[in-house]
Structures are given as C-alpha cells and as structure tokens.
Design a protein around this ligand. Structure first.
Ligand code: PLP
Length: 492
C-alpha cells in the first residue's frame, strides 16, 4: 500500500465506524447464528494472491460485524458493561501506527515516561500510594498472578525464584480468598504450582463480603498444621454481586501474621473516581499490591490493566532478568517496564489512557460514571416496586442481581406453606434461566447471570458511556415483558 491508499482506506474505515456507532441502538446486541454456520461462512483457503482491501472491508461488515456480540452496545449489560470511547479508539490506531515496544526505557523513552505519569495519575484516581511500583499489562488475571509471584518471592527464605519448588522440602503455601473471588485467583494458584486446593475459599456474610473472623480462624489452624500462609486476595467489586471485602479488618490480620495482601479491584477500583463511592468503599491503600482495570470502567478499549505494588522493588525482584542484548544504561528517572511482569515486548498502552483521561478530564469521567450509578439506582427502585421481582443484591457500584419471583406463585406457596421449599427454589431458578435465555435471544438486550445463595439471578451491569435513562427503561420493559411471557408458558 502507498501511504495515500492507507489514508483513503482509513477514511473509509473511520466513516464505517462512525456509522456503526450512530446506528448501534438499531443493531441487535447479539447474534443467533450457530457456531457451525459461522465457521462454514468464514472458512476458506489461505488467499494466495493479494485481495482488494475494499472486498475485505465489505466482507467484514457483511459477515463479521452482524455476528458479533456488541460489547459497545448501550443494551449490553452482561459481564461488565464497557465502552471503547473515541479517544481510546483513535489512540489504538496511533499505537499500532507507531508500533513502539515499551520494554526498556531506551527503546521507548516517551512511551515509558508517559507510562510513569499515567500510572501516577491512576494512583491518585483510585487512591493508592503514588510512589508505588506500577505497570500496565493486558488483564487483571495476569496482574493477580504477578502479584502472587511477588508475594511468594517476598518469602525470601524459600528462595523459590532461584531454586524452584521441586527437589526440596518446602512448607505448603496457602492463599486465602473469599468464596466470591474471581477464578483468576485459582488460575494463579495453578500457574504458581501451589494448586487450587491451597487457594482456600473463606466464607462470606449475607452481603457476600469475606468474614475476617473466618479468615483468621483458617490462618491459625493452617499455622498449626505447618502450612505457610502466603497471601490474602481481597476483592473490591466481586464479579457476581459487586461486593467489597472489609479491607481494614483483613489488613490487620495480614499485618499480624506477616501475610501479603493483594486487592483485586479490577472492577471496583476506578469507581473511586466518584467521591460518593470512594466514601463508601474501602481503602485500597491497605493492599501490598492492587489491580484496577481501565478496560472495565474507564471507557478504555481492551486490553489495559494497571497493577501497583507499594512494596518497592518486590515486582522487579521477581521479574527483572536482563539478557545481554537488553542491557542498556539507565539514567536517573528511567524505568524499564519489562522488569515488572513476564512480558518483554509491550505495546504503548499508556498513550490510550493519556488520551482518554485528557479528553474527558477527571470531571468528565466522574460525571459519566456518576450517571451510571444513578441509572442503576433508578432501576433498583423500579425492581423493588414491582410485586413480581426482587432486587436480590445491590452494590454501590452500578451492578444489580435481580430475580423474578411471580407474586401469584408466592401466594400459592405461602398458602401451601412451601415458601422456603427447595422445589420452589429450583422452579424459580429454572424460570429465571429461561427468562435470561429468551432475553438474550431477543437481540434487544444482552445480559449474563450469576448463581448465588439466593439462586439463579439475572445480573445487570450498567456502565456504558452512551447509556441513558431511555435505554434502562427499555431494558426494564423488556425484562418484564419476557418474564411474563415465560411465566405464562411455564406450568406452575
Ligand atoms: N477480577 C474480577 C473481580 C473480575 O470480575 C474479573 C473479570 O471479570 C477479573 C478479575 C479478570 O479480569 P480480566 O478479564 O482483565 O483478566
């Protein structure tokens, strides 16, 4: 391609993207095409000869885009409702164009400098020690893994970094996390060779928050058995319900027993930008390490995660390894970001955050995030007013778990004294699962579910930058309508 062709195609693409966003509300949120149909449609031999980009672009719009689940859609409420904002999208274009590899300072001076600055901004936004070591990586699962590697290597007498885990008698290492924590904690235990049996799940209370007394009980019992407590992973914003673990009590226990505290604030951390939420949330400062995810709440296209560790030098103690070809002279103030994770080659992620934060300003980010919280509060009120629905859990983040419990069934069960019966619970689980399935098949909205103590719940995340009250009203109308239809079709 000549540069002018790149510009022509680029303009065409930007126009298509503009139209995609302009028409997104009229687009089905997801597709009902089967995997087989999709694979048959897309499969083909490797093109031997160069094809026209016009054709490739046409086919992308004809065959790919209609068969995606649109995470950018204002009616997408599954997992976490996220947004690729325009400054972030444009930054991705420039990042790819420059193709800078931010591995060592000398190989990427301004990219590394910007990473340092953006990371400091983030510590201020979420409330963490600005002098901590930080790094941008691709996701929170890896951040938790890296933090736990640092926690393991902080047990310096074990010398695991150099001697490994095998061939010696080592104490069994234990990680503690709540029964609501993300599966990435177990994955880290697998990758660390600690094993999932030793990632101990601590029970939670009625609000799905880790019970500190239970944590301490398990730690004391483990110490008696000769296990070595390595780390506690607390969560600020659990995946299912958005619950927040009581960090200050957990931190006291960690300090008392010399245990590393890692805080998974992948979802909850950035909501601290909104002062009302920060006042209600827990102090991230208590973590030896934390993870926060701009790609979950900060209108940042995938993949950007920020990890911090206030034990300076701990991450590089685990991950710094410099082969000859990467030896460079370090001047005062320089940082080689390859030292903080397993990744050597690293994209220029900081530019994306720099553009987003500058383009919205702290004020703009706060007001948009606050609107999501207000939308969730509106929906919570509506759900609670409805006789056939209950808001099972609420969080101070915009995340709701709701359950359809039709009033007439409640009345029948009360009459028959079957209210707490397992059968009725199972029936409601099935009913709610059917509603979820129909909702997602409708193409009008897209949701995901959780199974918590109350049973199968429809989980609603709000957070897309374009979501407005009309979108949430439509969502609520659609849920009520489909629930009624499913209920009428179900034998009770
Ligand atoms: N931690 C929590 C609380 C999450 O909800 C998730 C994902 O949803 C993760 C970690 C993993 O995030 P990532 O997809 O960035 O690895």
């Amino acid at each position: 391609w000549a540069p002018h062709e790149f510009e022509e195609q680029g303009q065409k693409l930007i126009q298509l993207i503009r139209e995609y966003f302009e028409n997104i509300r009229e687009t089905p949120v997801s597709t009902d095409i089967t995997p087989k149909e999709l694979l048959n449609m897309l499969d083909g031999p490797i093109p031997n000869k160069a094809e026209s980009f016009d054709l490739t672009l046409d086919e992308t719009w004809e065959k790919i885009i209609p068969h995606l689940t649109h995470w950018n859609h204002p009616s997408f409420h599954a997992y976490f409702s996220i947004t690729a904002s325009f400054p972030g999208i444009l930054a991705d274009l420039l990042i790819s164009s420059l193709n800078v590899n931010a591995m060592v300072w000398k190989a990427s001076p301004a990219a590394s400098a910007l990473e340092k600055i953006v990371l400091r901004w983030i510590t201020e936004m979420v409330g963490y020690d600005p002098s901590s070591d930080g790094v941008l990586i691709n996701n929170a699962s890896l951040a938790t893994f890296y933090a736990l590697v640092a926690a393991r290597d902080a047990l310096t007498d074990l010398e695991v970094r150099t001697k490994g885990l095998t061939g010696r008698v080592l104490p069994t290492l234990r990680i503690y996390t709540s029964d609501q924590a993300h599966s990435s904690v177990d994955k880290a235990a697998i990758a660390l060779g600690i094993g999932t049996d030793h990632a101990v799940r601590i029970p939670t209370d009625e609000y799905y928050q880790m019970i500190p007394e239970e944590l301490e009980k398990v730690i004391l019992s483990d110490l008696e058995k000769g296990f070595r407590p390595m780390a506690v992973v607390a969560t600020v914003g659990t995946t299912a319900t958005g619950s927040v673990d009581p960090l200050s009590s957990i931190s006291d226990i960690c300090k008392k027993h010399g245990i590393w505290l890692h805080i998974d604030a992948a979802y909850g951390g950035f909501w601290n930008v909104v002062p009302e939420i920060k006042n209600k949330s827990e102090d991230l400062q208590l973590g030896d390490s934390i993870v926060v995810n701009p790609h979950k709440c900060l209108y940042t296209p995938l993949e950007v995660t920020a990890m911090f560790c206030r034990r300076q030098g701990a991450l590089s103690n685990s991950f710094r390894l410099v082969p000859e070809y990467l030896q460079t002279e370090n001047e005062d103030g320089s940082i080689d970001y390859m030292d903080f994770s397993l990744q050597l080659g690293r994209s220029f992620r900081s530019l994306k955050l720099w553009w987003i934060i500058r383009s919205f300003g702290l004020e703009g980010l706060t007001s948009r995030m606050r609107r999501s919280i207000q939308l969730a509060e509106w929906l919570e009120k509506e759900v609670n007013l409805h006789p056939d629905f209950e808001c099972v859990t609420t969080s101070h983040f915009p995340l709701l778990c709701i359950r359809y419990v039709p009033e007439h069934l409640q009345n029948i069960w009360t009459e028959l004294k079957l209210d707490e019966n397992e059968e009725s619970k199972k029936y409601l689980d099935k009913l709610n699962a059917q509603i979820m399935q129909k909702l997602n098949q409708s193409g009008l909205v897209y949701l995901s579910h959780a199974v918590i103590r109350e049973g199968y719940v429809i989980r609603i995340s709000i957070g897309n930058i374009k979501q407005n009250l009309d979108d949430i009203k439509t969502l609520w109308d659609t849920i009520q309508k489909i629930a009624k239809e499913v209920n009428q079709d179900s034998p009770s």
